[in-house]
Design a protein around this ligand. Structure first.
Ligand SMILES: NC(=O)C1=CN([C@@H]2O[C@H](COP(=O)(O)OP(=O)(O)OC[C@H]3O[C@@H](n4cnc5c(N)ncnc54)[C@H](O)[C@@H]3O)[C@@H](O)[C@H]2O)C=CC1
Ligand SMILES: O=C(O)C1=N[C@H](C(=O)O)C[C@H](O)C1
Length: 266
């Protein structure tokens, strides 16, 4: 599988390149970074600190290398993510996108792209988070209407979007389990509303230091509560999952694929 990674100097791009470089089924073709960076033209292995040179460069123009690849993995910014999507559709290349922070209108463009390319979007590529999502569906189906549901997510000080893409996916899964739409029941922060309105999902985002990612969903009852939590200690679990998604997508026909398909959780 011939792979291009965007943002190979970023936190995720670097780890994805490192994981891909160790994978026997993957040939890295190029990295794509922003123009003007001092590492443009340098060896991808050096830029992503894989521990060995890979014999391919980091370029600043995806269009110049895209025809040589089978799959692109993009964990960058929402602006870059939209550009990558356009190029992938134009050149009919499979795309794994793990970038978060897109608007509903932008997300619709990813869905549209699935009619012409193999497309996998995942706000969280950790295996355990996606198993947690299954647990959330079970609990919400059973007690969603009785419980006070609150999501608390924590990330590092540099994270650009809030709430996290993962917590939005979790909220959507729980809302759908209750036969509702998240937009109708999400409450961002609480401002002294009392009593708490039943059937809503509360959102709380915390940004501090270098916390990689924590998500807890609270199901509050009178006299007891259930908490379901995932903590990552670093970003490697997401990079491993992203590479698995890329390998999965390489031989697929155009269509919309999810991480549940990759993990056989559907
Ligand atoms: N789906 C998942 O499991 C996960 C998703 N993420 C998401 O991945 C994204 C990236 O996160 P981080 O790696 O922490 O961010 P980062 O800020 O460390 O890296 C972003 C990278 O994008 C590159 N970039 C920005 N504009 C570019 C352009 N025009 N051309 C080429 N490259 C460009 C930057 O140079 C940088 O290398 C975020 O949206 C984050 O929420 C992060 C972790 C896990
Ligand atoms: O920016 C991050 O770090 C992460 N972003 C994703 C998100 O927005 O949910 C996934 C994970 O939480 C790490």
């Amino acid at each position: 599988m011939k792979l291009i990674v965007t943002g190979p100097r970023g936190k995720m791009g670097r780890l994805i390149t490192q994981a891909a470089a160790k994978h026997s089924d993957i040939e890295l073709i190029a990295g794509v970074g922003p123009s003007g960076r001092d590492y443009i033209g340098k060896d991808l292995g050096d830029v992503a600190m894989t521990g060995r040179q890979l014999g391919v460069s980091v370029v600043d123009n995806l269009e110049s290398v895209i025809d040589s690849c089978d799959v692109i993995i993009d964990f960058s910014t929402k602006e870059m993510g939209m550009q990558v999507l356009e190029s992938a559709v134009r050149h009919k290349k499979a795309l794994v996108c793990g970038t978060t922070g897109f608007s509903p209108e932008e997300m619709a463009k990813f869905r549209e792209a699935a009619s012409s390319i193999p497309m996998l979007y995942a706000a969280n590529t950790s295996k355990l988070v996606n198993i947690m999502n299954k647990l959330l569906e079970i609990v919400t189906t059973a007690v969603g209407d009785e419980a006070d549901i609150e999501i608390l997510e924590m990330h590092d000080q540099w994270k650009k979007d809030a709430p996290s893409g993962t917590s939005k996916e979790m909220g959507e899964i729980m809302a759908h389990a209750m036969g509702k739409e998240l937009d109708d029941i999400a409450v961002y922060g609480r401002h002294g509303a009392s009593p708490r309105e039943k059937g809503t999902i509360g959102y709380h985002s915390l940004r501090a230091g270098n916390i990689p990612s924590s998500h807890t969903v609270y199901f509050g009852f009178m006299g007891e509560r259930l908490e379901i939590t995932h903590h990552s200690y670093n970003w490697e679990c997401f990079a491993r999952g992203a590479v698995d998604c890329g390998v999965f997508l390489a031989d697929k026909a155009p269509g919309w694929y999810t991480i549940q398909d990759v993990l056989h959780l559907s």
